[in-house]
Unconditional design. Structure first.
Ligand code: G1P
Length: 298
């Protein structure tokens, strides 16, 4: 394995308990909640696949078997659809299995995002890799991951994605203090803080759920003490890497200005479904006028 080969591995943490969506998530992983007609997680795996990340490692936990089933083949269902000549449904069923090679590992203790990423250490080895958080969906028409991979290759360190948010929203995110890099479209990260109070936030640049990391992050994570919420935070490990010297140090950020949908809480989840459904050719033309009437009638 060489360190400078193009990023091909993606890690998708999916061990969260989904308590915000109880009781829907009592017996079903939150990643399987449908966004229009496909589980949220499938958008994320499809995004990874589109960026050339064909080796996906999902970090799962208890009651997550439905995830494995979803990305597996269902020969009997496929045979029935084929016999009926329902090629469109067959295509949609097979789509999920054609996205790449998916591996699973369990995070035994829910010790936070940093700990979940550390569970990928052995699978990833000594290569740069991507991390995609399942709560964030990036519109497929807007490029982000492939740009981040290019920046990682150019800078040799780690790369995060940030987005401008209203200052009062910053406490829901990791927050980055950045400075411009001459002649480049990306910025240098000077510091990071996980979910700061509004008055302590160094900027209104929120960390969004896409990372391309140098494997040195694993060493740092092993030493990272529990931070906000008593959890081992990826943000804290990246803060350490940003200030470190030597190979694999340094963090840069790509400022994303495209469309992001958050499925992490009930309100934003509903907004994500409505936004995506309105864009769909098969649903938008009927949904949008209905929505307008519905809103006008309230
Ligand atoms: C995680 C990260 C946070 C980041 C966010 C993006 O938080 O810890 O830094 O801003 O994802 O969605 P979570 O939303 O899992 O609490």
């Amino acid at each position: 394995m060489t360190e400078n080969r193009r990023v091909i591995k993606a890690v998708i943490p999916a061990a969260g308990l989904g308590t915000r969506f109880l009781p829907a998530t009592k017996a079903m992983p939150k990643e399987m909640l449908p966004v229009v007609d496909q589980p949220a997680i499938q958008y994320v795996v499809a995004e990874a696949s589109k960026a050339g990340l064909t080796d996906v490692l999902m970090i799962t936990g208890r009651s997550k078997r439905a995830l494995e089933d979803h990305f597996d083949r269902v020969p009997s269902m496929e045979a029935t659809l084929e016999a009926k000549g329902d090629t469109e449904k067959l295509r949609r069923v097979q789509e999920a299995t054609d996205l790449g090679e998916i591996h699973y590992i369990r995070q035994r203790d829910p010790k936070g995002l940093g700990h979940a990423v550390l569970c990928a250490k052995q699978h990833v080895g000594n290569e740069a890799f991507a991390v995609l958080l399942g709560d964030d969906l990036i519109d497929e028409r807007d490029e982000l991951l492939s740009i981040m991979i290019d920046v990682q290759e150019k800078t040799g360190g780690s790369v995060i994605a940030v987005m401008e948010v209203e200052p009062e929203q910053i406490s829901a995110y990791g927050c980055a203090d950045v400075s411009a890099v001459d002649g480049e479209g990306y910025v240098k990260v000077n510091g990071l803080v996980e979910k700061p109070a509004v008055e302590d936030a160094p900027s209104n640049l929120a960390v969004i759920g896409r990372y391309v990391l140098h494997p040195r992050v694993f060493e740092i994570l092993e030493e990272t003490q529990p931070g906000r919420g008593g959890e081992i935070q990826l943000t804290d490990a990246l803060e350490t890497l940003a200030a470190a010297d030597g190979p694999g140090s340094g963090v840069h950020a790509v400022v994303f200005r495209g469309r992001r949908y958050d499925t992490g809480d009930k309100l934003s989840y509903l907004q994500a479904i409505i936004s995506l459904a309105c864009e769909r050719e098969d649903l938008g033309p009927d949904l949008l006028p209905w929505l307008k009437d519905f809103v006008a009638g309230r």
